[in-house]
Design a protein around this ligand. Structure first.
Ligand code: SF4
Ligand code: SF4
Length: 188
C-alpha cells in the first residue's frame, strides 16, 4: 500500500524473548472521549451499525481500519509466560508520519511477520488496542467521533491522540538486543 492508500489491518509480533521488561504508559492510551456515535433516530444506518464483522464485504472491512498504526508496533513476547509487551518502535515499513504502511501490496514479502487482522485475530490478540475499530465493533462499542468514517477526516484519529504519530520511532537501525529498551508496557 502506498502512503496515501487505505490503512492496514495488519500487525507484527516479534519472536519470544526471555526478559524482565519495564513498564511505561502507552501514549496512545490518553484519556479521550471514546463514546460511540450512533446514527440519529430515523436516519439511514451505516453498514457498521447494521452488519456484524462477519457479514461485511472485504471493502467494508478494510474501510474500518482507522489508520492508528498501533498494531504496527514491534512487540515482544516473554517466552516463559506468553506476556506480550508493546514497544514504541514501529515496523520498518510504517510511515510514522501518516501511520500508513509504505508498501501495503508487498507487505507480507517484505515483512514476513506482518499478520492480517481477521475476525479470529480480533477476538484472540491480546495486544489489539481497545480503540481498534474491529475490536470496538465486535464488542458492541460502535465507532467514536475520531474514527474517519464518522468524522470524514483521516486526521481526527491523530488529533484525538489515538494513533502512534509523534511518539514512535522506526525499528530500522535498532539492534535486536536493544529493542527491550523501548518497551512501553504490557499489552492488555
Ligand atoms: S489497531 Fe486496528 S484500527 Fe488501528 S491500524 Fe491496526 S487494524 Fe487498523
Ligand atoms: S508491514 Fe509493517 S507497517 Fe505494513 S501493515 Fe504490516 S506491520 Fe504495518
Amino acid at each position: 500500500m502506498s502512503k496515501s492508500s487505505k490503512p492496514k489491518p495488519e500487525k507484527r509480533e516479534r519472536t519470544p524473548r526471555k526478559s524482565a521488561p519495564r513498564s511505561r504508559a502507552n501514549p496512545a492510551r490518553r484519556a479521550i472521549s471514546d463514546e460511540a456515535v450512533w446514527a440519529p433516530e430515523g436516519a439511514e444506518k451505516p453498514f457498521w451499525e447494521t452488519k456484524t464483522l462477519k457479514q461485511m464485504t472485504a471493502e467494508e472491512w478494510d474501510s474500518l481500519c482507522d489508520g492508528c498504526g498501533q498494531c504496527c508496533l514491534v512487540k515482544i513476547e516473554e517466552e516463559d509466560t506468553g506476556t506480550v509487551y508493546l514497544t514504541r518502535l514501529a515496523c520498518g515499513l510504517l510511515d510514522i508520519g501518516s501511520c500508513r504502511c509504505k508498501d501495503y501490496e508487498n507487505r507480507f514479502e517484505k515483512m514476513p511477520d506482518c499478520l492480517k487482522i481477521d475476525l479470529r485475530r480480533v477476538r484472540t490478540l491480546s495486544w489489539l488496542p481497545e480503540s481498534c475499530a474491529y475490536r470496538r465493533l465486535d464488542e458492541g462499542r460502535g465507532l467514536a467521533w475520531w474514527h474517519p468514517l464518522i468524522s470524514g477526516d483521516p486526521e481526527t484519529v491523530h488529533e484525538a491522540g489515538v494513533s502512534v504519530r509523534g511518539w514512535v520511532r522506526s525499528e530500522e537501525g535498532i539492534p535486536e538486543d536493544e529493542i527491550e529498551r523501548y518497551i512501553i508496557g504490557e499489552a492488555t
